[in-house]
Write a protein that binds this ligand. Sequence first.
Ligand code: KG4
Ligand code: ZN
Length: 357
Amino acid sequence: MAPALGSGTLAAMAVVLGIESSCDDTAVALVADGRTVLAEVIASQADDFAAWGGVVPEIAARGHLLALPGLIERALAEAGLTLAAIDAVAVGAWPGLIGSLLAGVTAAKVIAARRGIPLVAVDHIQAHLAAIHLGRETVPYPHVGLVASGGHSHFYRCHAAGRIDLLGGTIDDAAGEAFDKAAASLGLGYPGGPKVDALAARGDARRFAFPRSFLHDDTIRVSFAGLKTALLYQARGPLGRDPLSLDEQGVADACASFQAAVIDVLVGKLLLVARREGVRILAVGGGVACNRGLRARLETEAATHGLTVLLPEPRHCTDNAAMIATLGYHRWQRGEVASLDLAPIPTGNAGPGDNRR
Ligand code: KG4
Ligand code: ZN
């Protein structure tokens, strides 16, 4: 289906090619004016890593290298465009696995250099929040944002796309990481979030009383280590080493009880952050924002308290290139372009000085 272009024509719109390769998904997208997705393609290596129980960086990097040329061609074909129609190239440049980042950054540089168009370096975490621009004419700012992904559970005050202040976050595991570890304890395999989400729908969330660390204190911090351990002991005995002791319904109940605890903590703290910041608009991004229980709870809280909740489409919550292209567009419009000696940065919350206003 041809994308809806709103009031503009494609010739009058700025087309950004986005490339995402920070972890194990290789993704390419074409986005017009930072909001209209013209094409998006993704190659997941999740199946390759199921046997390993997690991502093997060296294998992931090679996977990106193999996948990228074909994905770029496919995205262009899907949009009915050639490279000549691209106005700028955006690439997720930090944080991530260094070999994986290098693959995407190198591809982006080659295209930018060959076409003589701007290259824009994008912070992956900021991009998860900027994903709310996709499919929306306008996004209200300021708002408070939560990024809940495999590596992050952090709260921000957001002033504009890519202009955010960190307010607090997890002191140990990220929410997605906790989901993945919970799934491993329950023998559900990797990646765990979608599996726990699916089973939670037919489980009893009141069956197990799992901890909700820091929920009732006044700090902007969360912790999932205690919750993860409580689930492990429940499933596999006091040392966490016994065979799984739960039957099928027990596993579903454990998923539902675990998920309810994560949701209580994330939503409780996000509401605290909003109150503190005097803001009535909330945005949530990152893979955990796909979670159906979390989405439903956010909608309920919004209706109860008269708040606005901005959630990206599920496919734009997990790692994707459209979010990279949209943030790349906004940075490019502000003149924040990179040079061809751009070097990706493997770890940390943000790139050099870019996470602040
Ligand atoms: O944002 P993302 O795709 O990658 C990172 O930047 O980390 O997030 C991946 C994380 C994984 O931990 C995965 O288990 C979790 O998001 N996730 C979910 C769901 N879908 C993905 N967690 C809970 N419920 C889901 N439906
Ligand atoms: Zn991510």
